[in-house]
Design a protein around this ligand. Structure first.
Ligand code: AMP
Length: 278
């Protein structure tokens, strides 16, 4: 596996791959990799001839009081996992490769859906994501890029970004990979205490309960408020628990075939997010 550290090295590498007529895929990550990330590499390998991953903890998507400094970093383990998964190259840039002009203010870039769900409590988040992913797309110039449905809102905003900025890149969404007890894998799960780790799968359990009730045509509002109560009782501080359209992300108050449940909650110091289709 090639390790690439500069924009020029990546650009040369991807030009070479594409000049051989190969399909190039791209998997951006923030490192501290787990099987959720690796599933994207595996899917990328199935759909293309050459996979480039990236590891970069992007400062513009973190708020001033968020966990940029403490975000887990474990490069050696990441490289081992990527290599084992058959990834062909990994881009590990430092800040000046991505933001040569200095770290920009990322505000008001995303016009749609940046201030709902995760964007409500993290106002800078999707603007930072839009900015960094578009920079990566410019540098890597892949034929396709893969993103997890774990970050479903991010996936939809990136689809909009690719269209609006005219990137000819296919955006592929991949299913959420979970621990055996249902907890969605996340680099941030490392923050959970032993006690919290036992409670954490209840978020997914409650999503499934709500989905069942909605399918039985029970009141969406009632199902959600009951689940919120249960989550609060076991120690979650629920940020949002909402039924939305999976394409437009518009709020729904009754079942439709594109309905999807979205949740975010703090458990101690850890922010957990999850979502399921109905
Ligand atoms: P991150 O390193 O958290 O920025 O995630 C990088 C990519 O991996 C994003 O496209 C995420 O949606 C995806 N991802 C993270 N966790 C999971 C998971 N449990 N299942 C599937 N994809 C995931």
């Amino acid at each position: 596996m090639k390790i690439l550290k500069t924009r020029v090295a990546v650009s040369n590498h991807s030009n070479e791959v594409k000049s051989q007529g190969k399909k190039l895929s791209f998997v951006p990550t923030m490192g501290a990799l787990h099987q959720g990330h690796i599933s994207l590499v595996t899917l990328a390998k199935k759909n293309s001839d050459h996979v480039i991953a990236s590891i970069y903890v992007n400062p513009t998507q973190f708020g001033p009081n968020e966990d940029f400094d403490s975000y887990p970093r474990d490069i050696q383990n990441d490289l081992d996992l990527l290599e084992k998964a058959g990834c062909n190259a990994v881009f590990i840039p430092d800040e000046k490769e991505i933001y040569p002009e200095g770290k920009p203010e990322s505000k008001n870039i995303v016009k749609e859906n940046a201030d709902i769900l995760c964007g409500k409590s993290r106002p800078q988040f999707f603007h930072g994501i839009w900015l960094v992913v578009s920079r990566f797309f410019e540098i890597v110039q892949p034929d396709m890029a893969l993103f997890g449905e774990k970050d479903f809102q991010q996936l939809q905003i990136i689809r909009n970004m690719a269209e609006e900025e005219g990137f000819n890149i296919e955006i592929i969404g991949a299913p959420i990979i979970r621990e055996a007890d249902g907890l969605a894998m996340s680099s941030r799960n490392k923050y959970l205490t032993e006690e919290e780790r036992k409670i954490a799968p209840k978020l997914y359990e409650e999503l499934k309960h709500i989905a069942e009730k909605i399918l039985h045509r029970e009141s969406v509002e009632h199902a959600i408020s009951e689940a919120k109560g249960k989550l609060t009782n076991v120690g979650f501080d629920v940020d949002y628990l909402e039924l939305r359209d999976s394409e437009s992300l518009k709020l729904l108050n009754e079942y439709n075939p594109k309905a999807r449940l979205f949740a975010a909650a703090m458990l101690g110091k850890t922010r957990l997010i999850d979502n399921i289709p109905i």
